[in-house]
Design a binder for this molecule. Sequence first.
Ligand code: FMN
Length: 429
Amino acid sequence: MTKAKDVETVITAHDRERERLDPRGDMAAAADGSSRPASESARSSEPATIAPVRLGPITVPTPVVLSPMAGVTNWPFRVLCEEYGPDGLYVAEMITARALVARNPKALRLCRFAPSEKIRSLQLYGVNPAIVEQAARIVVDEDMADHVDLNFGCPVPKVTRRGGGSALPWKTDLFRGIIQRVVRVCSEADIPVTAKIRVGIDHEHETFMEAGRIAQEEGCAAVTLHARTTAEYYGGHSDWSRIGELVEALDIPVFGNGDIWGADDALEMVRETGCAGVAIGRGCQGRPWLFSDIKHAFAGDDTRVNPTLGEVSRVIERHAELLAEFYDGDERMAVHDLRKHVAWYLKGFPVGGSTRKAFMECESLDDVRREIGRLEPAMTFPERVKDKPRGRVRFAKKVHLPYGWLESRQTTHEQRETLFGDDPMDASY
Ligand SMILES: Cc1cc2nc3c(=O)[nH]c(=O)nc-3n(C[C@H](O)[C@H](O)[C@H](O)COP(=O)(O)O)c2cc1C
């Protein structure tokens, strides 16, 4: 895949869009060039005020982000989302810094973009500042992205038990070190860096406020807050009041994240928190048209996409074809990847277990097309799943952390030794 459009071209188009979206010209532009809605005017019963968000040289005309999702937000899915809502930010799933540095072919595949993608947005994950810096260096030297997000929000045990993802901001030296190094490298190419965080490890060990301040001090262009702790995992409801607290505390834009299932939720989050934009994860699984709904809602238009099963089928077929391209023509890998998406696309439609099973057994694009041909195209979109929770919803059974992690806010020499002391990739250690 080749480089996306020149960023300058995108900005010119975005500036026109900014005028269109902000006809009254009262966008709250901060002195540093960042933009976020004036929090007071965006609160409570007031209508939501949405302005384009600037991330360094990039402008996101409709400040809605496809939140990175491992195994989901590869370029075929991003392309579908961007086609529905062409002015947002569509982030690739997390790339393990070490895998990129080692030039792991799977990691390199995840770094590809489709030519149609306007802003090439990558997310890096790592624990060792030196390795994440090396990964950023590759991104910059090889012109791999226009925007880099850093993952400090992952709650998955295999990540947090190594001190990564949402466990990492607890260690402020590592957190600051990673951001400082990545911002320094990316600034050479004028690539904006953002950080994605959670509220903390649990409510006794909250980190978001300090993490947000550090991110701002070290030059991040924005932060995204998923307002749950690691312990909350995906259970309960994201506590949007914490997003409002962070908006109050920071000057850089804050993207609010967690439990946006429909366009009204997006408006509500902006109203309640004053956030500069929203990030959507599970809500768009099997519903890439959610980006169209939110774009319309942010423009004050109540047009919503309500596809029939026939229309959903065409999206499934196109998704399958794009995945085949993503896997360099390997249809088997494509349709295996498609399986989870099909389960999401068909959620709520009364199509029966045997149909779902038949999709799960497909091995080629022709198999997928055959099963699509058996669906009832006139079936309307099921009301009971529209704008309702989907995907993961459970709490963590237990938070897994490295030994002694919570004892202090800085890593000890021993901890650094255990975490990455023997990494042959880490020349600086
Ligand atoms: C399947 C799945 C994979 C995810 N992978 C990532 C990831 O790679 N990087 C990341 O920062 N967050 C990841 N997340 C978290 C989402 O980006 C998002 O923060 C979270 O789902 C909350 O938003 P939502 O309520 O809109 O789903 C993932 C979430 C899910 C459900």
